[in-house]
Design a protein around this ligand. Sequence first.
Ligand SMILES: Nc1nc2c(ncn2[C@@H]2O[C@H](COP(=O)(O)OP(=O)(O)OP(=O)(O)O)[C@@H](O)[C@H]2O)c(=O)[nH]1
Length: 384
Amino acid sequence: MSPSRSQIPVVVLAGFLGSGKTTLLNHLLRRNGGNRIGVVVNDFGSIEIDAMTVAGQVGSTISLGNGCLCCAVDAGELDEYLEKLTRPSARIDVIVVEASGLAEPEELVRMVLASENPRVVYGGLAEVVDAVEFDATRARHPGIDRHLALADLVVLNKTDRAGAASVARVREALAGIAPGTPVVETAYGRIDPELLLDPAVRPERDEKVRQLSFEDLHADAYDAEHGHEGHLHAAYESVSAVSAVPLHPRRLMDFLDTRPPGLYRIKGWADFGDADPDHRYALHAVGRFLRFYPEPWPPGEPRRTQLVLIGSGTDADALRKEIDGCAQTGLPGDVPDERSMWGVLRYVHRDPEDGQDAAEQGEPDDPRHPAEADDADDSGRQYG
Ligand SMILES: Nc1nc2c(ncn2[C@@H]2O[C@H](COP(=O)(O)OP(=O)(O)OP(=O)(O)O)[C@@H](O)[C@H]2O)c(=O)[nH]1
């Protein structure tokens, strides 16, 4: 479920030399769940042509030759590549930018956020860590701490080679460097693809593009849990919340502003009832990045909120309660008005030609989080 049909998440995949980025990418290509994955890599040679062929998508990879991605391209150039991959004719659902081992992920994240391509949305920074080499790598490259602190998801790879005690030690170190950031342990990059990819818009071998229903999403989640081997579901949990009672925009924003750091992704739609009866709001959060996309209610679609929350170290019952607590009570003092929507509208993406983009308001020290702004400043940011 993409946040909006027209938005394509761009995931930045980073990690130190040899940590297993390409192995993970190849795993994703094989287990794409019907998603077409566009890939931007430094070294095309290391991508398994077989995996690309299985995915039926040779040609959706852009290779930059050797060199460091963040040094080799500037934001404009990356935009050119993203432009190619986001053309409707490419029919790509998600783009993965694999940073070479020495690339500065911060720079790449900034480039993605600065993209003027309205079809591009930041899909998160996944940082691969080699469980065996972690201490040695950190000693040689203290900068790794900075990269890890920025990550939305840490993939602790090569756990097959590291003993349980060293894995526990690395986890402890990671908790200090990137407090609250979800850490998924794996071997050979075999993470659950749902962590980085949305359930496919079109099922495998079905070329007809259609809208994914919530039932499909559940079916996908079922397949992922029961149909594939090698998953690490214990590492994170997924909570779904469906409600026919509209949410109070202020309370939802309070929840989102204070969401637990282990909550890696939130996706789905919010219904704000009378606060905006004409639109449902597609919600896309990855790490601390948050966007809303208002879209007219599809004809015949029941008015309801449908959210999926994915996190590690989170408390499913508590999350469910918090979402339930965002519901409108119908009490006289609790009726949302237009002003109650201002907090939500701050995170609405706007076309660059149309006005300022939400991400362009980012605070300098956190490129993913729009700056807190005065409600008064935002009163004009109504969605048309
Ligand atoms: N034992 C073991 N080996 C792994 C694992 N993941 C990757 N490898 C091996 O580690 C080596 C490096 O993996 P890559 O996926 O090429 O790593 P990378 O991060 O893309 O490497 P660079 O592009 O050089 O930065 C390869 O020989 C992989 O087969 C793992 O979980 N366990």
